[in-house]
Write a protein that binds this ligand. Structure first.
Ligand code: 16G
Length: 263
C-alpha cells in the first residue's frame, strides 16, 4: 500500500533544491549548521523555490531531510521569522510571509527588501531632475541655500505590482547627474563607494489622494504608510531625504524594542 500523501507536491519538488543548496552552503563556509539552513531557506525564497504563502515542511521533516536536530532547525526558522521572511501560525505551521515584513530598525533599500523575497523590484521615473535646494530640503539635508540637488519621483513596483511612490532628494555633491540612478538609489550609492551608515525615519498613516491612487492603481483613499527617511554617512553628511508612500495593505513594519536599563 502506498503511504498517505502528507505533503503538497511542491514540498517534494523543493526538497532536492534544499538538499543541494544546504550542501553547497556547508561546503562554502564554516559556520554553525543552523546558519547554513537559514541561508538555504533564504535562497529558496529568493529563487522562487518557495513562494509567498507556501507552507514549509515541518521541523521534523526538515531535520530528517538534512540530518539536523530539531533545535538546529528551530533556530534557523526563528532567524527567518525575525527577518520577516517566514511567519508562524499557531497550530498551522510555518509559511513564507505574504505581506512584506520590513524591519523598522534595519537600513535596507526597497530593492534589498523585495529581492530577499524573490521578487523583481523596478523603478519607473515619474520625475528626474537637477535643481536648486528648497529651504525645507536644505534643512533636511544640511545644505546651504543655493546648493544643487537631484530630485527623483519614482513609482516602485515588484513583479509589475505597484507597491510605493517615492520622492527622493540627494545633494548634487553626492550624485552629480540625475541619470546616474538607473533603478536603485542604494546601488548607485554602492557604485560610488558610498555606504549609508544610519538613518532617521518617521512613519504615519495616510490615505492615497486621487493622483497617487491613479499612479498606484488603487482606489482613492486607499490606506498607505508615509515614511520620511534622512540617511547619513559615517562622517555625518546627509545623502538622502526621501518621502515614501507605501501601500498599507502590503507592508508590516516591525521593530525589536528593548526596555530602558533601570538606573
Ligand atoms: C526604501 C527607503 C527609501 C530609500 C529606498 C532606496 C524605506 C521606508 N524607505 O524604500 O528611503 O530611498 O529604499 O531603494 O525603507 P532603492 O535602492 O531600491 O532605490
Amino acid at each position: 500500500m502506498l503511504p498517505p500523501v502528507v505533503c503538497d507536491w511542491y514540498l517534494f519538488a523543493m526538497q532536492p533544491y534544499l538538499v543541494s543548496e544546504f550542501r553547497r552552503q556547508s561546503d562554502a563556509r564554516r559556520a554553525p549548521a543552523y546558519q547554513h539552513l537559514r541561508r538555504s531557506l533564504q535562497h529558496a525564497i529568493e529563487n522562487g523555490e518557495l513562494t509567498a504563502g507556501q507552507a514549509l515542511p515541518g521541523e521534523r521533516e526538515l531535520g530528517k531531510l538534512l540530518d539536523l536536530s530539531r533545535v538546529t532547525v528551530r533556530k534557523a526558522i526563528a532567524g527567518l521569522v525575525a527577518d520577516g521572511l517566514l511567519v508562524q501560525r499557531q497550530g498551522a505551521g510555518t509559511f513564507v510571509a505574504e505581506r512584506i515584513v520590513k524591519s523598522f530598525s534595519r537600513l535596507t533599500s526597497f530593492t534589498d527588501d523585495l529581492r530577499a523575497r524573490g521578487l523583481d523590484p523596478r523603478s519607473t521615473f515619474l520625475e528626474r531632475s537637477l535643481g536648486e535646494v528648497t529651504p525645507e530640503e536644505a534643512m533636511a539635508l544640511n545644505l546651504s541655500p543655493g546648493a544643487g540637488v537631484i530630485r527623483y519621483y519614482r513609482l516602485r513596483t515588484a513583479d509589475g505590482v505597484a507597491l510605493a511612490l517615492e520622492r527622493t532628494v540627494v545633494p548634487a555633491s553626492v550624485i552629480a547627474h540625475p541619470d546616474f540612478v538607473e533603478n536603485s538609489l542604494y546601488e548607485a550609492f554602492a557604485k560610488l563607494g558610498i555606504q549609508p551608515a544610519r538613518a532617521l525615519q518617521r512613519l504615519r498613516a495616510i490615505a492615497f489622494d486621487a493622483e497617487q491612487a491613479r499612479l498606484m492603481n488603487l482606489p482613492e483613499g486607499a490606506p498607505g504608510l508615509f515614511i520620511e527617511r534622512r540617511t547619513f554617512l559615517d562622517d555625518g553628511r546627509v545623502v538622502e531625504f526621501t518621502r515614501s508612500f507605501y501601500r498599507g495593505d502590503a507592508y508590516d513594519f516591525v521593530a525589536e524594542l528593548q526596555s530602558e536599563p533601570t538606573p
